[in-house]
Design a protein around this ligand. Sequence first.
Ligand code: TPP
Ligand code: MG
Length: 275
Amino acid sequence: MGEQINFKEIFRKMCLIRHFELGVAEAYKEKLIPWLVYLAVGQESPSATISTLTKGAAVFTQHRGHSAYLAHGGNPQKLVDELLGLESGCCGGKGGSPCIQDLDVPMYGHHGLIGENIPLATGHALATGKLTVAYFGDAAAEEDYALTSYGFAATHKLPILYVCEDNDLSILTPIKDRRNWQVYDVTRSMGLASAAVDDDPKEIFTAAKQLLNRLPAFINIKTCRHLWHQGNNCDGPPKSDRLAEMRKVIPGASEIETEVKAYVRNLWQKQLQKL
Ligand SMILES: Cc1ncc(C[n+]2csc(CCOP(=O)(O)OP(=O)(O)O)c2C)c(N)n1
Ligand SMILES: [Mg+2]
């Protein structure tokens, strides 16, 4: 497992996710993608950081999964093709945005029931004994089958890291209207190593590195979704933007971002010509 934080690698992955997603938003706006898309603009840092510590892990995601796919080494071209419904997509063009799966990563896709990836990932950790990472939102995290999965993982000491990308929203409903308890308090009481952090890569890296030595574990990462639950609209400027913060402190940030942006633009242009 990587021991030192590599800010440039994390920043590069964040730029890849951000510009990839903006490319999806553009294609969606132009109606080149006529089906539902769930974008992770603003939520780049959790998977960009966790992936640097969990190379080779099996990854389970839910509907907002482009970010984890790109961060964990998924093929951006296959993702573009998937979103365009082409046979060359990672699911043969039949999965679409919420169901990204690619056994080359290996990454297992979502089926529609939020949080279902939590028991599935838990079963994977039990069956294989291999490091498994499950990404899900703050609403998925509170589902009954999620809670029982955490308890099962604690009992059987499974090699799994649960990563909650906590944007404080279940479509439009904030946590305060849904529950008066924290999932990480429940997981801690079950015996899982648990942490709650902000979306600062340094904070995520430090906490995740410790948790990975004490699996099973749960990490709650506060993050900020910039766009609507589905599609490319937004309600004005975001409350926070971690990528913008990183641009100010990473040496060579502008060169890295320009390079990644050009790469992503080229990817979309090349693929759109296939339509
Ligand atoms: C069991 C179940 N209940 C409700 C839905 C409808 N639904 C789809 S996504 C979603 C919100 C998910 O929120 P969260 O897990 O926090 O992820 P986020 O969208 O915020 O990334 C809901 C309620 C569903 N798909 N499955
Ligand atoms: Mg949420």
